[in-house]
Write a protein that binds this ligand. Structure first.
Ligand SMILES: [Zn+2]
Length: 304
């Protein structure tokens, strides 16, 4: 009865022939579908040349983009000790090890000092690739030290946020970092040193609720997701449909939550402009004539 029986060919095993297209040479823009050569993307600071979609940028690339040349990194040896011996789908310790292995970083932030258009600046750039850029004890400590470094040496401060919020694997200890960093920023403010907060996709949770929104200028990249709780949680809580573009940079700018939304290709120049403006107005405020017997505050002349 083989007439009616379709003889099925077994599924062929995957051929061992390697693909002729090497991995990771091209990327597809999730916004416009354009296929972009990786090297071209690096040249445009990971912004799609066709539709200006901003791809996420790692912390090291961020520093490379902001600083004029060389920079000095600090505290890169700090590691979390897993204080709660936390286990979710896998032990936190294992998760940390895997992230350290994959990213080459010890935690989700790089802190450095260098020059931005000639202005001496302390910069902290967060790395989303490291456990979602979450803020644990190490991130909190490193950012606080970056602020204190700015205080000691009278540097300007820039923090680039890219984070899912506080790191739940460190529980309340990670929440305490919000207060610690905010306290240090308060001291920076009283010392009249400028702080520019750069919010990139995504900036959420405890990071938004603390230092990301405390800048003298809060600058976001276009279409970045910025919020505290996610839209689904808010919809369920307030039982209302959220408006179009909710929690995106442009929406927040319109409602006064941000000062600027700046294309990444113009970001460095914009930050430098803000810092120059802040430093120049601070220099004007200082007494010009030195009073005998009273030491004048450190000269703080803005760079040309
Ligand atoms: Zn595109």
């Amino acid at each position: 009865m083989a007439w009616f029986k379709k003889v099925r060919k077994p599924i062929e095993p995957q051929s061992d022939k390697p693909s002729r297209v090497p991995e990771g040479l091209w990327v597809k823009c999730p916004s416009c579908g354009e296929i972009i050569y990786n090297k071209d993307l690096a040249a445009t600071l990971s912004v799609c040349p066709k539709c200006a979609h901003h791809f996420r940028l790692g912390a090291a690339d961020r520093l490379r983009m902001l600083f004029d040349g060389e920079w000095q990194e600090y505290d890169n040896g700090l590691r979390s000790t897993d204080p709660l011996t936390f286990v979710d789908t896998k032990p936190y310790r294992k998760r940390l090890e895997a992230s350290i292995e994959a990213s080459g970083l010890n935690d989700a932030v790089i802190c450095a000092t260098g020059r931005i258009e000639g202005i001496d600046t302390s910069v902290a750039a967060m790395e989303y690739g490291f456990i979602g850029g979450s803020m644990g004890v190490v991130v909190g400590e490193k950012i606080t030290r970056a602020i204190e470094r700015a205080l000691e040496r009278r540097l300007a401060l820039v923090i680039v946020s890219s984070s899912g919020g506080a790191r739940m694997m460190e529980g309340a200890l990670s929440l305490m970092q919000m207060a610690k960093i905010s306290g240090a920023l308060g001291r920076l403010d009283r010392a009249r040193l400028p702080y520019v907060s750069v919010l990139t996709d995504p900036t959420t949770g405890g990071v938004t609720a603390s230092f990301a929104m405390l800048g003298d200028a809060n600058i976001a990249e276009p279409k970045a997701l910025i919020g505290f709780a996610g839209p689904r949680v808010i919809e369920q809580t307030i039982r209302q449909k959220l408006p179009e573009g909710f929690q995106r940079s442009e929406f927040l700018l319109e409602r006064g939550m941000l000062d600027m939304v700046v294309d990444r290709r113009e970001l460095k120049a914009s930050i430098a402009r803000v810092l120059r403006f802040a430093l120049a107005s601070e220099a004007r405020r200082r007494p010009v004539v030195a009073v005998p017997g009273i030491s004048a505050p450190d000269a703080f002349v803005p760079q040309p």
